[in-house]
Design a protein around this ligand. Structure first.
Ligand code: GLV
Ligand code: GLV
Length: 327
């Protein structure tokens, strides 16, 4: 009995070459357009699949699993986040779920720092000024931003990525790191070094000069940053989200920006994605939006797709996944 593997997009070159070469005893079916597989196609192509290699743009729920059929053994997402996958639906059918942790930590932390600096130093306004011929002269008072030296940074979610962000920001002379999450992490504090404190959200919002969102999107973190939260922040705050758009209640963010309650904002994630061009969010010169490219380096995306392949092949053989979601 040949097995069937569904892959929902073209993968980075190295991994795509492996798919094109094929695997013994396996039919690979693949959505090869450079856009998310439409729902109807996903449901159609999933039929008979033993394994599904998907992306964060694919919602995987009971409907997809039922469309695939009872032989489905594994869903492997080429992402560390799995908020697009309905885990209870998989668990109740004994379907394994693989993710790609670890390999995207550095790239995503780099993107977080990129946005912190870009927002703090008003990159968008500067680039726009040059392009639009508004660069009059060097000026002692023009386009002044803020710097990280001696500042307090709040990190929400001190997981792998949060730790990598903390280590990077320390190198910029940050004085103190406050963090929030499920629990205090004393060992991690020691590893990062310097002044660190696990604090209530209230204090993190009030005392941080820079706030980085590095947590997963869950029922607990959904809409965690709403208008009320933004209202508690310093009026000079640099707020950066490289995690998931849904952690921010976006209308509340827009209102806070309209009312001048925030210093500057950097987002790599939004709701929806892509963000429509007429979104109000794009109208603020102190808000920089990137198109969800946190892990977007060739090295990292290749490592992610390779792990996603290893996960799905292991699952299809009925073996333990090298990188299960709940490791
Ligand atoms: C990217 O957002 C990921 O979850 O890997
Ligand atoms: C993601 O990989 C995290 O644990 O922060």
């Amino acid at each position: 009995q040949r097995q069937r593997l569904l892959v929902t997009r073209i993968l980075p070159q190295l991994s795509q070459a492996r798919l094109d070469k094929g695997f013994d005893g396996m039919d690979v079916v693949q959505w090869k357009e450079d856009r998310a597989i439409p729902r109807s196609e996903l449901l159609r192509m999933a039929k008979g699949a033993d394994g599904i290699l998907c992306l964060l743009t694919d919602k995987i729920d009971a409907e997809v699993l039922d469309a695939a059929g009872p032989q489905l053994k594994v869903v492997s997402t080429m992402s560390v986040g799995y908020d697009h996958v309905n885990v209870p639906d998989l668990e109740s059918r004994n379907i394994a779920l693989g993710i790609t942790p670890g390999v995207l930590t550095e790239a995503t932390a780099d993107t977080t720092v990129l946005l912190v600096l870009a927002a703090a130093r008003r990159l968008r306004e500067g680039v726009d000024a040059v392009i639009q011929g508004k660069w009059g002269t060097w000026s002692p008072t023009w386009l002044l931003g803020s710097q990280l030296t001696d500042k307090t940074v709040g990190i929400v979610g001190l997981g792998r990525i949060g730790v990598a962000v903390a280590k990077r920001l320390k190198a910029f002379g940050v004085q103190k790191i406050l963090y929030q999450g499920t629990r205090p992490k004393k060992e991690t504090e020691k590893e990062i070094g310097g002044e660190m404190e696990f604090v209530e959200m209230e204090r993190l919002l009030k005392e941080s000069d820079v706030i980085c969102v590095c947590c997963a999107l869950t029922d607990k973190t959904k809409n965690m940053f709403d208008y009320e939260a933004f209202s508690k922040m310093k009026s000079t705050v640099v707020f950066v989200n490289t995690a998931r758009g849904g952690i921010v209640e976006q209308d509340g963010l827009i209102r806070a920006l309209e009312e001048g309650k925030l210093g500057s904002v950097g987002l790599d994630v939004t709701v929806p994605e892509p963000l429509p061009q007429d979104s109000k969010l794009l109208s603020f010169s102190n808000c920089i939006v990137l198109p969800h490219i946190g892990s977007g380096t060739l090295e990292t995306r290749t490592a992610m797709s390779e792990i996603a392949i290893e996960n799905v092949l292991s699952g299809m053989k009925g073996q333990q996944l090298p990188h299960p979601y709940n490791a």
